[in-house]
Design a protein around this ligand. Structure first.
Ligand code: SF4
Ligand code: SF4
Length: 244
């Protein structure tokens, strides 16, 4: 590992960090999941293409999210080629330690634990410790849900892992009231979202649809798009929409 490339957290506001979604596919089926699971028809971009696209994004930070971004087998090669200091990856911890050992730098790993998806809490806790010992900066979280037993959380507590609880966004009032969003509206983008095709879309709903007409060519943030699909927003869009 290159000691000169230790993880460095940038001061960019979280919302302004480009969020890369290299695949919309996940290997888990969590009951509280909000992903749409479209058929994986998109082309998987090569490491070289991703490196070129991402190194041309503004700022020193990128976040990989999904789906499960580690299903892209060459994600470590992409990360190793980035001329950015602040790399963050959301993951469900389903990849073995050997996958992460292909990184030649330390990053910020945002680990989530999902009960009942075939990986024991002990295995996740062990991987967490291996990654931490390898120098990565780790955050961990679970979804606040009856699907997450207290006994599982106790296993993380026992080895000193401070696991945070995220809300189950299906319960958000804004999501339940999405019918009140006007069909036609100016919508302020709140994130820089890059889809599996390497292109920017104004929201997750439009990213999943991947209509060429919705591709944004600017990387400024925030900005406003004229939308004629108000109310069909993805639950993540509505959650953010409600905070605008
Ligand atoms: S790991 Fe995340 S993306 Fe995958 S099914 Fe669970 S909540 Fe959804
Ligand atoms: S679908 Fe919803 S979140 Fe997306 S641009 Fe339209 S109003 Fe905004």
């Amino acid at each position: 590992m290159d000691a000169n490339r230790q993880y460095k957290l940038a001061t960019t506001p979280f919302a302004a960090i480009p969020r890369i979604i290299p695949t919309l596919v996940c290997n888990f089926r969590c009951p509280y999941c909000v992903m749409d699971y479209p058929q994986p028809t998109h082309e998987i971009l090569s490491a070289e293409k991703w490196i070129y696209i991402l190194n041309n994004l503004p700022g020193d930070s990128v976040i990989f999210s999904g789906g499960e971004p580690t299903l892209i087998n060459h994600l470590p090669d992409i990360i190793n080629g980035l001329a950015k200091n602040d790399i963050r990856v959301y993951t469900n911890m389903s990849r073995p330690f050997s996958y992460w050992q292909r990184l030649d730098r330390t990053i910020h790993i945002l680990a989530s634990y999902h009960h009942g998806q075939g990986i024991s809490p002990r295995a996740v806790a062990e991987l967490f410790q291996q990654l931490r010992d390898a120098g990565h900066y780790i955050g961990s979280h679970v979804i606040e849900s009856a699907n997450t037993p207290a006994d599982d959380i106790a296993i993380f507590d026992a080895v000193g892992i401070d696991i945070k609880t995220d809300i189950d966004i299906r319960n958000l009032k804004a999501w339940k009231n999405r019918g009140s969003i006007p069909a036609v509206l100016p919508c302020k983008t709140t994130r820089i979202l890059i889809g599996p095709d390497g292109k920017r879309y104004p929201c997750l709903h439009k990213l999943v649809k991947a209509n060429p007409g919705d591709v944004m060519t600017t990387m400024t943030f925030p900005n406003t798009v004229e939308c004629r699909e108000g109310g069909s927003c993805h639950v993540c869009d509505v959650a953010i929409f409600a905070r605008k």
